[in-house]
Design a protein around this ligand. Structure first.
Ligand code: ATP
Length: 309
């Protein structure tokens, strides 16, 4: 899984009005991985995808897709990519089957019925193949966009906000589909604001903000490295300050002195909790409740984006 299928080097984009949406992005995507690009609105996610797909021209930098230069060798590069856009871009009067078959033919592939049938079955669209797009529900229309993107058997699938505004059932189906595509060796790059989605699906996560790629890391490593745990002790009597003699623990007072918070590293063998509780007992600092919480990818993301804002 270490061979890169997509490489971006020094990719920047300044739009006509002078706004710079991407600043020197370097990124390498491995064959067969699921990569989540996480960023708030306007971070540059769609711009980045559009550049790789040849919809937007970069101001600087190079992009290589499966060994092809995405600018000089546009057709070969593009044929390896399937794009599921955020917005609906289909002919409402066409049938599902005709829409998907048309997309396949656009890339010079013959009408390979068995493949198209499989894609439509995987997306629960086979029974709707003769329906016009306008007769489908919103969720079904989203599925058609995916079927269209997969029609020419791409090696890389871009999903731009795949589950924005879809219901829980469709979201679960999407996740299942992404996993089964990965099993078949398809590389998947998804953009999302939903941390939960990245947490659930991705092998690696990239965080982008204001056009800059802030970090790229293995998801589990990221969560371990940056993930903190907190122990909140609700005190019987509020304190004015963290008492002296507790310097060995990273403590703070919250909630007008009623909560003593201990931030610890859960990956360590000795968390420091038993000794802290003993020390509190020795000093007769009583608490009536205790609670621990784990920082999620969301906390990590918010911290990062705020820190570098
Ligand atoms: N054609 C354009 N001309 C000028 N500015 C643009 C153009 N397209 C996008 N931008 C600006 O570039 C920035 C990045 O936009 P982009 O759509 O890439 O962000 P995004 O991360 O995909 O956001 P969202 O999550 O809201 O889709 C935004 O500030 C946007 O206003």
């Amino acid at each position: 899984m270490t061979e890169p299928i997509l490489t971006l080097s020094g990719v920047s984009k300044t739009y006509k009005g002078g706004f710079t949406a991407l600043h020197g992005v370097d990124l390498s995507i491995n064959k067969g991985e699921i990569f989540a690009l996480l960023g708030p609105n306007g971070a540059g996610k769609t711009t980045l995808i559009s550049i790789v797909c040849g919809i937007v021209t970069p101001s600087t930098g190079t992009i290589r897709v499966g060994g092809h230069d995405a600018l000089a060798d546009y057709k070969a590069a593009r044929s390896l990519i399937g794009l599921v856009p955020q917005e609906l871009s289909v002919d409402m009067f066409e049938t599902v089957l005709a829409t998907v078959t048309f997309s396949r033919r656009l890339f010079g592939r013959s009408g390979h019925n068995a493949y198209i049938e499989q894609v439509l079955r995987d997306l629960s669209l086979w029974d709707k193949r003769d329906n016009k797009i306008m007769e489908l529900s919103g969720g079904m229309k989203r599925r058609v966009l995916i079927a269209k993107a997969l029609a020419h058997e791409p090696e890389i699938l871009f999903l731009d906000e795949p589950t924005a505004g879809v219901d829980v059932a469709l979201r679960r189906d999407m996740w299942k589909l992404v996993h089964s595509l990965r099993e078949r060796g398809t590389t998947i790059i998804l953009t999302t604001h939903y941390i939960e989605e990245a947490e659930e699906m991705a092998d690696r996560v990239g965080v982008i903000n204001k056009g800059r790629l802030l970090l790229v890391d293995d998801k589990t490593a990221l969560m371990q490295k940056l993930g903190k745990r907190e122990l909140d002790l609700t005190l019987v009597d509020a304190l004015d300050a963290v008492p002296a003699g507790f310097e060995q623990w990273q403590l703070s007072l919250e909630n007008d002195g009623r909560t003593l918070r201990y931030v610890f590293d859960a990956t360590q063998e000795d968390t420091g909790i038993p000794s802290l509780l003993r020390a509190l007992g020795d000093r007769h600092i009583a608490f009536k409740d205790l609670e621990t919480s784990k920082s999620s990818l969301e906390d990590i993301f918010v911290d990062l984006v705020e820190e570098r804002a």
